[in-house]
Design a protein around this ligand. Sequence first.
Ligand code: SF4
Ligand code: SF4
Length: 169
Amino acid sequence: MSLNFETNLTNIQQLASNKEKENDDFISYLKSFDGEYIDKQVHLLNEIVSPKIDCTLCGNCCKTLLINVQEIEANNLAAHLEINRAIFDEQFIEKGSNGMMLIKTVPCSFLKDNKCTVYNFRFEGCKEFPAMHLPNFKDRLFTTFMHYNRCPIIYNIIEQLKLVLNFKE
Ligand code: SF4
Ligand code: SF4
């Protein structure tokens, strides 16, 4: 297996643009495989790829994604920052009409020098991304490929998965 992973975000965005049709075909190809088998391959690749990619040199998820926030998470982070919830919400939270809360700005206000300044209090959505460790990969193809051009971990896992599954355009 090639260990020359692509980590340059400009290159990844260009490659992703060039591979749009290839990826549509790969998504169709993936659907013919057993879900548990695909999960196993993705999890193995995640163990190889993730340690080789330094998120502190990237930070692109924190720069581009509006992360979902739960009440308990907002309470805990506000307490950690020693500000009351009303001020916390005003500064950091965007509320939807259905009560859903998102972080207010991208890049995230808590990102400094590509590092999370509230790491121990970061939100579940932050911890979970890019979700390559989760089961049911085949149920998450839409969101995974939505982030393929922004996350070097996803990009490289998908490219390796094409090789593992002997996918040919
Ligand atoms: S999870 Fe992906 S997008 Fe986020 S910092 Fe790591 S490599 Fe970059
Ligand atoms: S809270 Fe931390 S991990 Fe989450 S988006 Fe902001 S900087 Fe990134």
